[in-house]
Design a protein around this ligand. Structure first.
Ligand SMILES: [Zn+2]
Length: 327
């Protein structure tokens, strides 16, 4: 088949998805409830008392607690397991994932959410059931975008309640695309073509360039010290927050300390970084803290309070960084 014919065959199958329901109507895992409403309001910083204050809500025009309208989709989401959907058995996948898998098999591996329009028809109250009915609403013609060439896929969800009444709708649009090749840096020329991906370079400015100079040229971890009161500080900044002096020098850390906090980064894996990727806040014996990596270890061995010893090292062709190992 010529590329033209291949595209025609691909699109013929692609457009058969339009109008299909992606899954049987899905009732939410939980009824609309006060606990989830409170968590949402805390996270979003929404202090409207009609969502959380029973007495206030009872005396308001709403006549009782309601859920924030923007929680509409939250009531029918499938929860934490959706984070692992990529490894799901295709026979049990919903239609949207099957469609995405079909496109991935044809090179459209990128996905980007582009639009979400919601319409709220009635307030949801604790005790309501929310049921999502989702169809593939439309698929665009092939589009060339900054991200690469792809298709906009729009799903339309109707949310109904326990009485089969419509309570809201949502149009959700994603771009499923073939990632464009990153342009090659012109100045670096041919050498750049074979260069392995590197970590993103940290931002340098007036207040911290000296710190990076010490790290990169002298392979040491400097800690800024107030010349007036000797208080140590990190990250670098122009003034001492104890005595406001702008005079400073620095000491060199012995690169020993303990883990104050840590996280294992899983997803998305970023080119240039080695996984498993353990990021930790280290309390140095000098007293300041630094965000760094714990390397050459099993993730399960990293624990708060464990001793670490650091080394300032070349992590890739562009970057020198302090890195720590468990002692
Ligand atoms: Zn000071």
């Amino acid at each position: 088949m010529t590329p033209e014919e291949q595209k025609k065959a691909f699109e013929a199958e692609l457009y058969t998805w339009v109008g299909k329901e992606i899954a049987p109507p899905t009732p939410g895992l939980d009824l609309v409830n006060e606990a989830m409403i409170r968590h949402w309001c805390e996270v979003m910083g929404d202090t409207n008392p009609v969502y959380t204050d029973k007495a206030f809500a009872a005396n308001s025009s709403k006549g009782g607690l309601i859920a924030p309208p923007t929680m509409l989709q939250a009531w029918s989401m499938e929860g934490y397991p959706m984070a692992f959907a990529d490894t799901q058995d295709p026979s049990t996948m919903d239609g949207q994932r099957k469609l995405h898998r079909f496109m991935e098999d044809h090179g459209f591996t990128g996905v980007l959410g582009t639009n979400c329009d919601q319409e709220y028809i009635r307030d949801l109250k604790p005790g309501d059931t929310v049921i999502a009915h989702t169809k593939i609403h439309s698929i665009s013609e092939e589009k060339a975008t900054g991200m690469g060439t792809g298709y906009f896929i729009e799903t339309r969800t109707e949310f109904t309640d326990q009485n089969k009444a419509l309570v809201g709708t949502m149009l959700f649009r994603v771009l499923k695309f073939k990632p464009a090749q990153a342009p090659k840096p012109v100045a670096e020329g041919a050498a750049a073509e074979n260069k392995a991906p590197t970590r993103s370079k940290s931002v340098r400015g007036h207040d911290n360039a000296w710190w990076w100079d010490q790290v990169e040229k002298n392979k040491v971890l400097p800690i800024q010290r107030c010349k007036s009161c000797s208080t140590l500080r990190h990250p670098p900044r122009p003034f001492c927050n104890q005595c406001q002096s702008g005079e400073w020098d620095f000491i060199t850390s012995k690169l020993e300390g303990e883990i104050f906090s840590f996280v294992e980064l899983h997803y998305p894996e970023i080119p240039g970084y080695t996984y498993p990727l353990m990021c930790a806040v280290i309390t140095l014996d000098e007293g300041t803290r630094i965000l760094s990596n714990v390397i050459d270890c099993k993730p399960e061995d990293v624990q708060i309070g464990k001793r670490v010893k650091g080394e300032v090292m070349q992590v890739d062709v562009d970057n020198v960084l302090p890195q720590f190992r468990l002692v």
